[in-house]
Ligand binder design. Structure first.
Ligand SMILES: Nc1ncnc2c1ncn2[C@@H]1O[C@H](COP(=O)(O)OP(=O)(O)O)[C@@H](O)[C@H]1O
Ligand SMILES: [Mg+2]
Length: 299
């Protein structure tokens, strides 16, 4: 479990993080989503004691990070995969940390296997690693102490599609065993595929925080007809949500074939019928962050 309560970080007179509160629960993957500069990394640094909040508090497994007796055994953190000592090999990096954490040397081989780094790769110096290999090594480092909580900042960066799928399976497996996962990403589709819960932030503030299912269950069909008023009533009568979209068409939760059936039964001629082109999360993300996001957002 991770809790953030009213976390705020000011740099000068600008708030990088402005009164952020959320909970990441055990057994669930919580996605921390927002455009560049939204305050994701700053929040994560506060959660693991690397940045002191201007105000607010946070806990990991019920305790402030600094009160954890051996932090690496409670929470595994991957913040910046390039921050590894370039002159050490991957294996040395892990072995040193294992020794500092009082872990058996065998944990090094176990975690290397877990993240799919071969023995030969582990013997290479990290300066020769690709970004994808650094992410795997960083994840091995996070998993080393067998923690109950994982916190990963943009872990999919630098991974190829197969690597992203592998990461997704690993995080889902970790949560399925009761672990808590908090990960940030700007890869919208990836978040949609892996997250149970979403915390969407923009301009340092929480814009939405709910289960992914609740946030994504928006209208999926757009329709126009010769009598939108009657069609809206018929759709509502059949148990579907209906609202007027920005472009003047009706937006409904009914699937396209269901809209066709309802219109036929009500003898209303359709003039346009289509599935919404963006995914629910994409639309939600753009809707909720549009006033805040200046930077490019890639899907
Ligand atoms: N050490 C710092 N000093 C001044 N401003 C900072 C510092 N760290 C982050 N910021 C600013 O805080 C905002 C949030 O940054 P960050 O947390 O890195 O966002 P994200 O990870 O969502 O891209 C940005 O405007 C960034 O420029
Ligand atoms: Mg960041």
């Amino acid at each position: 479990m991770i809790t953030a309560q009213h976390l705020t970080k000011r740099y000068g007179d600008r708030a990088a993080v402005d009164d952020i509160s959320f909970v990441a629960r055990p057994g669930r993957v919580t996605g921390f989503l927002g455009p560049n500069g939204a305050g994701k990394s700053t929040t994560m640094r506060m959660l693991c004691g690397l940045t002191t909040p201007t105000s607010g508090t946070s806990t990991i497994l019920g305790k402030p990070f600094r009160a954890l007796p051996c932090p690496g055994r409670s929470i595994g953190v991957l913040l910046d995969a390039s921050a590894q000592h370039a002159g050490r090999t991957g294996r040395e990096t892990l072995a040193l940390s294992a020794r500092l954490m009082g872990l058996p040397a065998a944990r090094v081989d176990e975690t290397l296997a877990q993240v799919g780094l071969t023995d030969q790769e582990a013997r290479g110096r990290t300066r020769t690693y690709s970004l994808g290999m650094r992410q795997r090594l960083g994840l091995a480092h996070a998993l080393l102490g067998d923690p109950a909580v994982l916190m990963l900042d943009e872990p999919a960066n630098g991974l190829d599609p197969a690597g992203i799928r592998w990461m997704r399976d690993l995080l889902r497996g970790f949560a399925a065993e009761g672990g808590t996962v908090l990960l940030s990403s700007h890869l919208l589709r990836e978040m949609e595929a892996v997250c149970d819960d979403l915390v969407i932030i923009g301009g340092g503030r929480v814009l939405a925080h709910d289960s992914a299912a609740a946030l994504l269950s928006g209208p999926s069909t757009r329709v126009r007809s010769e009598d939108d008023g009657a069609l809206a009533s018929a759709l509502a009568g059949a148990g579907h949500d209906v609202e007027r979209a920005d472009d003047g068409s009706l937006a409904t939760t009914a699937a396209t074939h269901e809209v066709g059936r309802v219109a036929l039964a009500a003898a209303i001629a359709l003039t346009e019928l289509r599935a919404a082109t963006t995914t629910g999360l994409e639309q939600l993300f753009f809707d909720t962050t549009a006033p805040h996001g200046r930077e490019e957002i890639s899907a």
